[in-house]
Structures are given as C-alpha cells and as structure tokens.
Design a protein around this ligand. Structure first.
Ligand code: FUB
Length: 314
C-alpha cells in the first residue's frame, strides 16, 4: 500500500513538472499589437512584415499608420527592427496601413501595401522598394499601382486591398488582391506596372486576404472565408487556374473577426502564420497579435486543418 502511494505521487509530480516546462510561444510578437502577417523567406531567415495595430483600448476600428518588420532564424526567437515603412511615405495616400506583402526580385525588395487613397475615393495598392529586407523602403512609383476606380467586380470602396504577389517558375509575376471580389493581374518585370487586363476569380464566400503559395507542384490560393473569418483554400496546377475549392484550412480565431494568413516553407517545415485577438488584457479585433503554428500536407497535396495552439513552435 505504501509503495502504491509513492508511485502515485511521483506521477503527480511528473505531470506538474511537464505542465511547467511547456512554454507558450504564441503570440510570437508581444512588444506591439500586430495584424496581417506576411512572411518572406530570404537566405537563412524569415522576415515577418505586419501592420501595427495602434487602436486604443476603447476604440472599435482599425487605427494603423505604419508597418513593422521582425526577423527570425528559427521561428521561435523574433528580433524587432526599426519601423521600415509608414503611410506618410506614400505622399498620395491618406491613412490605413492595412495588409501587405514583401517579395524579392533580382536583389530588390518590393513591398505591396494597402492604403486609403488621398484623392481617388477608396482603398488602393501602393508599392515601395528597398535594397534589403529591412529597408529603408521608399515609394517606388510616386502614385498608386491600383486604385478603386480600376476594378468593377464589386461596388464597395474597399475591394482593392490585401495584395499578395507571386513569381512563377517562368519569371512571370502576378498580383492577387481583393475584398468580396478576388482580382489578379500580371505584373511587368519592373514589378511596378500591371500588364494586361485585371481578372476576377470566383471563390466560395471570398471575403479578403488572398495568399498565393506553391508547394511541390501545386499552387494554393488561401483566403479569408465569410465574416467573422475562417481561412479556406483552393488548389490548382496553374497560377491562372482553374482553382478547385478544397474547404476550410483554419477555424474562427474567436477573439478576432479577422485571421489573415501567410504560408511558407522554411528549413524543411511548413508554417501557417496568422493573427488573433488573444493578447491579454486588451487584445481583440483591432488589437491583434501574430501567431505561428506548423502546417502539414496530405499525400494528395491537400492541407491538413491547422491546429491553433498556445504553445506555438517549440
Ligand atoms: O488590417 C486591416 C484589414 O483587416 C486587412 O487589410 C484585412 O485583411 C483584415 O485583416
């Protein structure tokens, strides 16, 4: 009887010990509220670009004036860097440092951003450029690349948001973007001009936040689905489609009505990077925090549903 008692206490001790040794790594960014993560793998690092959520605790809409950049070599430790880009760096823009993405081409880094245009009513897309992933970035065009009057697939004034850029194996670059309507167009080699017409892709319950990535020989178009948002995705054998809808990839975050994803492969592992509103004590839809969890594929190329965790990357 005495022996049994001792064994049970060892078991309790070891359970308590295990619980204490687990570290909660999500959210990964805790120095500021951050939303709309866009990750870039360059050389042996991941650069994470995000909008800075500056809304005070009693403010129930976005207040975003600048974008931030963090870097990591292992997806666990994240280094913060000086603010690389602000809305005021685009003289023609008025406000709203909304979702963005950085991509490298021929040693230059192009940062596609959403902003409210100063004179053309509605949201627009601008592009900044730098010689290295940390900047400084400067407006590459001196005007918007996309304005609200260039697209007619949706009547709202905020349908031209959330750019994602992809360079295909033949060197052709594509810009995808949208809210309620998913748009795409070719980019010229200079990365600052649209080539040809703007197309529209029909996707079930498309809200916003398209993200294009390729894994093995499949192209993936993930996006925010419904509102409040889940993340869903479609797959194709070609960047220009046809896209086949594959269902939900990530469930509601619950504490934020948006979830905005970024998907990368880094050092042999796939990652799903997103935001939620879980930061204590004042996190929420307008004070978001970036998180990372592992992403896994099935043999047929479909993606396994993401499990959002507090532990994150251990
Ligand atoms: O951060 C402002 C907007 O919220 C983004 O542009 C959308 O993707 C949503 O996350």
């Amino acid at each position: 009887m005495k022996k049994l008692f001792i064994n049970i206490s060892v078991l309790f001790l070891s359970i308590a010990g295990t619980a204490q040794s687990v570290k909660f790594n999500n959210p990964i960014i805790t120095d500021k509220y951050t939303g709309d993560p866009a990750a870039l793998v360059y050389k042996d690092k991941v650069y994470l670009y995000a909008g800075h959520d500056e809304a005070p605790n009693d403010f129930n809409f976005y207040k975003m004036n600048e974008w931030l950049v963090y870097s990591s070599s292992d997806m666990k430790k994240w280094e913060s860097h000086p603010v690389p880009l602000k809305v005021t760096d685009f003289k023609w823009a008025k406000s709203d440092a909304w979702a963005s993405q950085v991509i490298e081409r021929n040693g230059k880094f192009y940062w596609y951003v959403t902003v409210e245009h100063g004179t053309v009513p509605g949201k627009s897309i601008g592009v900044a450029v730098a010689d290295n992933p940390l900047g400084p970035f400067k407006d590459a065009l001196g005007k918007a690349l996309i304005t609200n009057d260039m697209t007619k697939f949706s009547d709202i004034s905020w349908d031209d948001i959330d750019p994602t850029v992809f360079i295909d194996t033949d060197g052709q670059a594509y810009l995808f973007w949208g809210n309620t309507a998913c748009h795409y167009a070719k980019l010229k080699e200079n990365m600052t001009e649209i080539e040809g017409e703007i197309h529209h892709i029909k996707l079930p319950n498309f809200t916003e936040a398209p993200w294009i990535h390729k894994h093995k020989d499949w192209y993936y178009l993930s996006y925010a689905y419904e509102f409040p948002e889940k993340i869903a995705y479609a797959m194709s054998k070609s960047i220009t489609g046809p896209w086949e809808f594959k269902g939900i990839l990530n469930e509601l975050a619950g504490n934020s009505n948006t979830n905005h994803q970024s998907i990368i492969d880094f050092k042999g592992q796939s990652y799903f990077i997103y935001h939620n509103g879980a930061s204590k004590p004042n996190g929420g839809s307008f004070r978001r925090s970036v998180c990372v969890d592992k992403l896994f594929y099935n043999k047929d190329g479909t993606m396994k549903r993401v499990v959002m965790t507090s532990e994150g990357i251990q």
